[in-house]
Design a protein around this ligand. Structure first.
Ligand code: SF4
Ligand code: SF4
Length: 388
């Protein structure tokens, strides 16, 4: 397609396309604007989901606009909407149309390359599939075989990213210490596909999901442990669209269970002030707020503090919905605001439980020159340090 959608296609045709792509719910919207009031983007720039909904309803979505790619799918507006409008579904539907026509504004020029890397190597980082399990070298982590208690599905960033590999290593060491019979899929693990789906590429998502499902079934997988709330979300709520159901558990509540059952004991201390950041896909999307705090609360010496926006009102890091692959100007980074909130709360450590949050916070910590005053940690890293 060339030119704008509104000039290229008649309105009814565009509305039908949006509906077919999953965005028909926009008709419920009565333009109150509550979504815009709560949307985190309006802390750093102007952005109106209400306007996008209105334009889509009129059959005139601005498919070429960067605004279409701003929504991080954080879920704040969905909770605030009095009419039950599914803004995220609409936004993803519009991105599907943009993807279908190959329209990618400059800020998301990386997305087609990400899709190619996912197709070719099962990860968004242009990394070699053969190196997916390199993080586990020398740790004695076994390949998953049928009958094991848990499949540890590591995810892309903890498999490849140098910072996030530390999270995978800490997780494996904790599982070993707790006596959990677990294995990994190694090179047979593919990206879960959640983020590329939210970025509008349904075809790549479905390919990844089908391959993962086949691998899970072939290996007799029953219980899947994940480090990322994005893997959790898609395995739990989206893979059932393929008529399969696996038990899925995120590491934060799993750690709490291991501690409650006495399989894991934290003997050491962690004498620091810690603020916990609720990742959107663990908190708002899945209601997991208490368990990560309970884990941190069990560590002697650790002082837990809350930031201004916490739990249901947690401020998005900017990484969801494909935001992790988007170019965002320095002055518009939501993670910068979050890191500042952690300092304002007096924290020496900003803890969370999501690879995207850690990636964005680490960058903001350096950008804001907080390297000497604030550490960024996954809660598994804190638990692992306290075990030693
Ligand atoms: S809060 Fe809901 S009803 Fe109000 S403008 Fe936003 S989407 Fe529409
Ligand atoms: S999901 Fe989050 S980022 Fe997207 S429009 Fe709603 S509040 Fe804004």
């Amino acid at each position: 397609m060339t030119g704008t959608v509104e000039t290229a296609l008649p309105s009814r045709e565009v509305i039908a396309e949006v509906q077919a792509a999953g965005g028909g719910v926009f008709r419920l919207c009565y333009q109150c604007g509550k979504c815009d009031v709560v949307c985190p983007w309006n802390h750093v720039r102007t952005f109106s989901m209400r306007r996008i909904i209105r334009e889509a309803g009129l059959g005139m979505p601005e498919i070429e606009s960067e605004d279409l790619w701003l929504c991080t799918t954080c879920g704040t507006c969905t909770e605030a909407c009095p009419r039950g409008v599914k803004q995220i579904e609409l936004g993803v539907a519009l991105r599907r149309i943009a993807t279908e026509y190959g329209v990618f504004p400059a800020a998301v020029r990386a997305v087609p390359g990400v899709a190619s890397s996912l197709r070719a190597d099962g990860n968004p980082l242009s990394e070699d599939r053969g190196k997916r399990a390199d993080w586990a070298a020398g740790l004695g982590v076994r390949p998953f075989t049928e009958g094991m208690e848990v499949l540890y599905f590591v995810g892309c960033y903890p498999s490849y990213d140098p910072r996030l590999k530390k999270v995978a290593v800490a997780t494996a060491r904790i599982l070993e210490q707790a006596g959990v019979d677990f294995g990994i899929l190694g090179t047979r693990e593919n990206c879960c596909g959640e983020s590329i789906r939210k970025a509008g590429n349904e075809e790549v998502y479905r390919t990844l999901a089908r391959e993962n499902i086949k691998t899970f079934i072939d290996h007799g997988v029953r219980r899947i442990l994940v480090s990322s709330p994005h893997c959790y979300e898609t395995f739990k709520k989206e893979y059932p669209e393929f008529m399969v159901h696996f038990e899925v558990v995120h590491i934060a509540p799993y750690l709490n269970t291991l501690l409650e059952e006495g399989r894991l004991r934290i003997a050491g201390t962690y004498g620091k002030k810690v603020a916990y950041h609720d990742p959107c896909y663990l908190g708002r999307h899945n209601g997991i707020y208490d368990e990560p705090r309970a884990v941190l609360g069990r560590i002697a010496g650790l002082e837990l503090v809350e930031m201004v926006d916490c739990r249901e009102h947690s401020l998005c890091c900017g990484g969801g919905g494909g935001g992790i692959w988007k170019d965002t100007p320095m002055s518009e980074r939501l993670s910068n605001l979050r890191v500042k909130q952690a300092r304002e709360a007096g924290a020496a450590v900003l803890a969370t439980s999501c690879p995207y949050c850690i990636t964005n916070f680490e960058e903001s910590r350096l950008t804001l020159d907080y390297a000497d005053v604030l550490e960024i940690k996954d809660i598994v890293e804190i638990v692992h340090e306290a075990l030693l």
